[in-house]
Design a protein around this ligand. Structure first.
Ligand SMILES: Cc1ncc(COP(=O)(O)O)c(C=O)c1O
Ligand SMILES: [Zn+2]
Length: 426
């Protein structure tokens, strides 16, 4: 599309707008703000470009503090110009940052924190990105929002579309966990189950996005959608008393959020909202059955060789991660790493997290905690570093992944029967 027709279709964001263009991450080429995620010049990914001088004039700790207890307190660093309008929100974000003393003691980490994103409205961090994408789509006049999903995104898009209200068309691989399907169909979207992997679903949606005038949250709306992830890191810094941690451990599928957490930390430093210090180390966590980025990291490669996923961690089963090379670059540049948990360790990680801190995570959380444990056991930390692990999805979505416990036979409802069965308790 030419620059003129893009402006006709999307209009100019309001005068004095902080959102000035879409900028190619690879070659720097800039295009006007529109629904698109690929550079016309080099096919690189597009990111939202802000007028940071305009942002800096308005954004302070006090202005953030006076905002709502949701991602929208950081509206000044999000790509939607609300102009007094309401966003499409369910109260996503501003989730607890929990000092993990019990788990920390087990791992020899005295300043371990868990960012508990399991408590988001639909149970995953995807509510952050979808709230931004659907708000942008509604303001730009889209009637339909869509996505290619490994499960959590499907649920979030269905819920936020219901709230908007907009029509939702959701594409998923046909072997998704039952709870994720139920948790999505309840919002009544059009659900398209595809006989193939997530990577097949994503390819199909990329082709469709060229033909239909829909907002695909993680395709043509990706520059706006992905910006929503930054709020997880903004919150972490705010909840630490406006400082950045030493290291952040993040589950990696496409790598989209990983890249945006790095951007968020950079923005906070550049805007002087946190004290100057080196960037946190950014560390990625994958499951052994789908670890193309961890393998590339171990091999010292600059690019990622796609794999066919074979993992119980379906939510992060992306064999051809679009942002994989950027994850490698950021992990290396900041002194982080990208590591994989063995498949058997995923359920152990879920149980370790639940049993030590009372947080029930889905498989991506099991992967994150297992990688954290692996790295701690390998002597990565001295013990006094501030380490934050992002727990991005709720365990109620993948009940079959938690370790099964053999249950005792029931007892009769009598004190005697109880004492007989549990002599040491009664
Ligand atoms: C719970 C959960 N954690 C982490 C991720 C990884 O996100 P990304 O694709 O941005 O790497 C996903 C992706 O779907 C997810 O559902
Ligand atoms: Zn480019």
């Amino acid at each position: 599309m030419s620059t003129l027709s893009l402006l006709e279709r999307y209009g100019r964001d309001s005068a004095g707008s902080r959102v000035i263009a879409l900028r190619c991450r690879a070659c720097g080429f800039e295009t006007p703000v529109h629904a698109g995620n690929v550079c016309d010049r080099c096919f690189g990914p597009l990111d939202v470009q802000y007028d940071y001088a305009a942002v800096a004039r308005r954004l302070t700790h006090a202005s953030i503090d006076s905002g709502p207890p949701s991602i929208w307190r950081y509206a000044g660093l999000l790509p939607v110009e609300l102009d007094g309008d309401e966003p499409v929100t369910l109260g996503e974000g501003f989730t607890p940052l929990i000092p993990a003393r019990n788990l920390g003691e087990r791992l020899g980490l005295r300043n371990l924190y868990l960012k508990n994103d399991t408590v988001n409205p639909t149970g995953s961090f995807k509510d952050r990105v979808v709230s931004v994408a659907v708000t942008w789509a509604r303001r730009k006049g889209f009637g339909v929002v869509a996505c290619a999903s490994t499960g959590n995104l499907a649920t979030a898009v269905a819920a936020y579309a219901a709230r908007a209200p907009l029509q939702a068309v959701i594409f998923v691989p046909c072997d998704l966990e039952a709870a994720k399907i139920r948790g999505t169909t309840v919002y009544n979207p059009t659900l398209v189950r595809v006989d193939g992997s997530y990577d097949d679903v994503n390819r199909l949606c990329s082709e469709l996005a060229d033909r239909v005038d829909w907002g695909f949250c993680n395709i043509n709306l990706r520059p706006f959608y992905s910006e929503g992830s930054k709020t997880l890191t903004f919150e972490t810094a705010e909840q630490l008393g406006w400082r950045l941690p030493d290291e952040i451990v993040i589950p990696v599928a496409s790598g989209c959020q990983f890249v945006k957490h790095h951007r968020a930390a950079t923005e906070l430093l550049d805007l002087g909202l946190v004290p100057q210090r080196p960037l946190p180390r950014f560390t990625g966590a994958q499951a052994a059955g789908c670890a193309p980025v961890a393998s590339a990291y171990a091999d010292g490669a600059a690019t990622v060789t796609p794999v066919r996923p074979e993992t119980i961690a379906r939510s992060i089963a992306i064999g051809n991660p679009s942002d994989g090379a950027d994850v490698l670059r950021i992990a290396r540049a900041t002194g982080g790493t990208v590591a994989a948990a063995r498949e058997e360790e995923i359920a152990e990680g879920i149980e370790l997290l639940a049993g030590s801190e009372g947080i029930y995570a889905e498989t991506a959380g099991g992967v994150t905690v297992s990688v954290l444990r692996r790295l701690a056991e390998a002597g990565r930390w001295r013990g006094d570093e501030t380490v934050v692990a992002y727990i991005t999805g709720n365990g109620l979505k993948t009940p079959e992944a938690a370790p099964a416990h053999v249950l005792d036979d029931p007892i009769r409802a009598s004190v005697r029967a109880f004492q007989e069965r549990f002599p040491s308790l009664g």
